[in-house]
Design a protein around this ligand. Sequence first.
Ligand code: HEM
Ligand code: CU
Length: 591
Amino acid sequence: MASTGTTTPHAGHADVHEHGAHDLSFWKKYVFSTDHKTIGIQYAVTALCFLLFGFFLMMLMRWQLAFPGKAIPLIGGLFGEGRAPGGTMLPTFYNELGAMHGTIMVFLGIVPLAVGGFGNFVLPLQIGAPDMAFPRINMASYWFFFLGGVTMLLSFIIPPGGAAQSGWTSYAPLSDIAGSGQTWWIMGMVLLITSSLLGAINFIVTTIQLRAPGLSFFRLPFFCWAQFVTAFLLLLAFPPLEAAGVLQLMDRVAGTSFFLPSGLVVSGQALQVSGGGNPLLWQHLFWFLAHPEVYVLILPAMGIVAEIIANNTRKPLFGYRTMVYSLIFLGFMSFIVWAHHMFMTGMGTTMAAFFQTTTMIISIPSVAILTSLIISLWGGSIRFNTPMLFALAFLPMFGIGGLTGLPLGLNITDIPLHDTYYVIGHFHYVVAPGTIFALFAGIYYWYPKATGRKMSETLGRWHFWPSLLLMNGIFMPMFLTGLAGMSRRLADGGATYAFTKPVLHYNQWSSFSAWGLALFQIPFIINFFWSMKNGEKVDSNAWQSTTLEWSAAGSPPGHGNFKTIPTVYRGAYEYSVPGAAKDFTPQDQRS
Ligand code: HEM
Ligand SMILES: [Cu+2]
């Protein structure tokens, strides 16, 4: 069915780009590209590499937790006497791994993949735009990310201090007085934040300005809404952390005491600092970013899952408008719940009452979105392909993550749970079998748009089922160890505490599951490369979808995306419309 399009000045512009594309040098085309699709792929591939590295750090930590004090087998000798004498991990090395695992997974892995990768590749296509509003800023955003990532990783080998050791939250005063790695951590963060801010501005302007004619806000695919709201979170939440990072840098290198109290005594020695600062100020500034950041981790995931569910149930999303309003409300609320991470700081009952109330309220829109997605399945004739399997698994996994957040959101129940493995279980359910599964779903789903081929379903299943099982094998026991009181901060997993004895063996469950999970990512890695040459060839609308990225000719579409800018006549999910010729009616189809 031919799609109708109007010729706009943009479309002419797009044509010029398309012809121009042939003349681009290798460097301009693949390295310093300004094409949002290339940048999206650069972001995605880089972030996947970082994710793999962060995963590797975690596997080392899991050895220490399962078998504290035993030499790391095979590779233990590689880390040197300073980190693992005789192959046995020192607590300081464990701290490096912990801080860098968290930082890498969140700031170098998931967010860049979800926003930089999927946002960049998909959003301009879905809104019928020739590119991002500011292609060069987009390129700068990627390169700041890359530099920030490299800075973080290099910190492992930069003397004298190695990598940061103060956790991904970098709490003061520890972070102020920690070794040199902490300085590299801050500098890396400043670069990463700069990258995010450049990206966020681009997403906001692009969504407002470059939507195709007829594509009103309420015709936007839910994925675009999710990216749009996420961009506001990044734009408004990151600057305070960037400022806080610079203050911490000053504390470390310029003798200031923004986060250092007077009279600080470390290991029996009074510290020679001017003092007068407040460690809690850091916590406030950090969580003012980092709570919205957890929604940055989850909203794009919800967006991806929504697209895939509509497509594979062949039905419109249930309650699309409610979902959009929930998203906006959630974005707003995410700025006034941050101190639920700080109930232990003695904030007093008035403050605690405020933050637990807002936290309970914010769970309502999350539940509204999740429920809408579940109801969307009702009565659909579901296609159980690999993207759909991952999207479906996201629902209960995110559900477990969200529900276990509620006891943490209430002051009275958080106090015993805070800093135990229960918290680790909670947030990993939302980000690992939650967000990461959604990201896998997205990779399987949009891969055909990027390469013209589908990934193998067989390998996809070898990836999905064991991963689902093993993810739960890792994180479910953490609720039990956490409820038993096991602290998340111990390099030996709690082996020296009598009260953790009955649950200590769960540490091994988690560890074996984690190593198993690594094994079952191999089918994915093989699939990712093998399918580029050998996957099933598909036409430009691989999944018979309604949204505009599939109307763009070619996989991937040429520079400029659309020969003529499409005109949009309908909402995003017109599947199985009664009386229609096919079970999907693309947004740019007139009738
Ligand atoms: C209904 C939803 C949720 C509620 C009520 C909730 C509540 C909480 C609370 C109160 C804490 C602090 C616990 C403590 O340290 O004692 C926490 C930790 C955390 N949550 Fe959630 N949460 C929810 C959803 C999410 C989502 C969607 C994500 C991410 C996508 C997330 C990620 C995190 C992270 C990363 C931490 C731990 C940070 C750290 O201490 O290292 N949460 N959650
Ligand atoms: Cu929070």
